[in-house]
Design a protein around this ligand. Structure first.
Ligand code: 0RQ
Length: 504
């Protein structure tokens, strides 16, 4: 048995994943650890999926409600969704099988802001939580949990769940101990207190997750790696978009609206944010900080280069090579990285106080600056809002980035009216594509539209957008935000009917 379980009483609870999965009943609500493919339980969900599948084969009903930190991996979302085992789920997900079960109507999905997900569970908005299932690097002699590569909603779920199951994963580096800052001082209104963070590097909690050990019903030992997907090489469009964003930041510094080392950075995950981090690596900027939700490869490079002093997040999202590097060198990185509960990494109060500068991906934006981050053609869920809303509403500057077209040029990312709204024109300040940048701050809708069309739309779609806007301006009775409601969604319906937004 692993020496990673130092507590004698908890050592008695070690059992197989199958035995642990045997404790779950149809209809149970389970709060799982895991955030962007890091720190999720590796073997329990697969064992539960086997049980669910066997029950379905006997003609019995068996689904569970799953709560997570954010996206997990094929071993969790994929396994449970693959056997039609998830009745309802929240929040962010990105697993292809999970996504298809949401979109074919098998599973309900409630897409809420990541900062609010744990909080709402504490508030009792989603009813009773039967189990918390989390991953640990180590359990201390006095029963405290050393988290792994994510903290996510673990503390909220362990606090409210009736029972706790812990996977102790020996793949995770023991040197992660000391990297986490687990703040557990949450109270419900009217007793809330300010979150005392005034710098991304502030520590306000303890390195351990403290739980009620009497609720632990099973401990399962594992040694499986995190999901750790490789990043695609940075493409030309991403490099161009990153260049526009960094020039924009440079100008803000010149105008005296930002300090020389910028403000704490937040970036979504993916190719473009990685290109931004690469751009920072090759800039002469120093003493950068980050207050974000995920640590990706580019941030590790910035730390290695001595350019990023501290990064605060709730999880890693690393490629396999960088995950290996982290496991080998966690003792070094824990002086530069803090992993916190997502209630803190994404807390609106802290984001606003620190003046975080955020850049997130989008599916589409409309000519007035409303942004859709989640739905393809108005109905098909992609991933979810994730932390983009937490940061966009509260950041000092909120940018959205995307190539100007999708699906080999058949889809324009700039449309007359977004087919779903995640971020309104009141929140999105800057829109960037490989065509250019539209700084929307202070602009009225009729000043925004020409700028977004001219600077951000692809030349193949620009004349069509200009035509729509000019006719809207001419024919719409009210001139504040002119629209032709009868045709605002023609672009989307044309794509659904013909496979392209282009006119024939
Ligand atoms: O699909 O691979 O099947 O072709 O969307 O698009 O261009 O690779 O961009 O990976 O950055 O994702 C908004 C989804 C962008 C992401 C979104 C299709 C496109 C491709 C991916 P294919 P790209 P990205 C931090 C912050 C919400 C959460 C968030 C996201 C796929 O950024 O999930 O910001 N954001 N979290 O073809 C139809 C369009 C499309 C389109 C792109 N207009 N119409 N399909 N696609 N634009 C992280 C967390 O919160 C955890």
């Amino acid at each position: 048995m692993s020496e990673r379980i130092a507590n004698a009483a908890l050592r008695q609870k070690v059992m197989s994943a199958d035995d642990a999965a045997g404790l779950i009943k149809d209809g149970d609500q389970i709060g799982f650890g895991g955030f962007t493919g890091s720190g999720y339980p590796k073997v329990f969900p697969g064992a539960l999926a086997k049980r669910i599948e066997a029950a379905h084969q006997r003609g019995e009903k068996f689904t569970v409600n799953t709560l997570t930190g954010a996206s997990t991996a094929p071993e969790l979302d994929g396994a449970l969704a693959g056997v039609d085992g998830i009745g309802w789920r929240m929040p962010y997900q990105s697993d292809p099988t999970m996504r298809s079960k949401i979109n074919d109507g098998t599973s309900y999905y409630t897409d809420i802001h990541l900062s609010e997900s744990g909080m709402m569970v504490r508030q009792g908005f989603f009813g009773k939580v039967d189990f918390a299932v989390i991953e640990a690097t180590r359990i201390t002699e006095d029963g405290k949990i050393v988290p792994t590569s994510s903290v996510g909603n673990n503390s909220a779920y362990c606090e409210v769940a009736d029972k706790i199951i812990i996977e102790v994963n020996s793949w995770q580096s023991e040197d992660l101990e000391g990297m986490h800052d687990v703040y557990q001082g949450f109270a419900l209104p009217p007793n809330r207190k300010p979150i005392p963070i005034t710098h991304p590097g502030d520590r306000i909690g303890t390195p351990f997750l403290e739980i009620d050990a009497s609720k632990v019903v099973a401990i399962v030992e594992t040694d499986g790696p995190d999901r750790n997907s490789p990043f695609k090489p940075i493409d030309d469009n991403s490099r161009k978009i990153a260049g526009f964003l960094l020039d924009f930041y440079g100008n803000e510094v010149k105008q005296g609206r930002m300090p020389k080392n910028l403000l704490p950075l937040q970036s979504g995950v993916g190719n473009i944010p990685n290109a931004v981090l690469d751009g920072l690596l090759h800039s002469d900027l120093e003493h950068l900080t980050s207050y974000t939700e995920v640590i990706q490869d580019g941030m590790i490079d910035l730390i290695d280069a001595g350019k990023l002093d501290v990064a605060s997040a709730t999880a890693f999202s690393l490629s396999p090579d960088y995950a290996h590097k982290m496991n080998e060198n966690a003792a070094f990185y824990r002086d530069h990285i803090i992993l916190r509960p997502q209630e803190i990494s994404n807390h609106p109060e802290v984001i606003r106080r620190l003046g975080v500068i955020g850049a997130n991906g989008m599916i589409e934006a409309d000519i007035y600056g409303n942004v859709n981050s989640t739905h393809v053609m108005g109905s098909r869920m992609m991933n979810g809002i994730g932390g983009s809303g937490d940061f966009t509403r509260n950041a000092y500057i909120s940018a959205f980035v995307s190539p100007s077209t999708a699906k080999n040029g058949a889809i324009s990312a700039i449309v007359p009216m977004v087919s779903h709204v995640d971020h309104t024109e009141h929140d999105a300040m800057v829109i960037i594509t490989e065509q250019g940048i539209a700084d929307l701050r202070g602009l009225a809708p009729r000043q925004r539209a020409p700028k977004i069309i001219e600077n951000c739309a692809h030349p193949d779609f620009r004349p069509m957008l200009q035509d729509y806007y000019e006719r809207a301006l001419r024919d719409c009775k009210f001139k504040h935000t002119p629209h032709l409601l009868g045709e605002a969604y023609n672009w989307h319906t044309r794509f659904l009917e013909t496979g392209t937004m282009q006119q024939g």
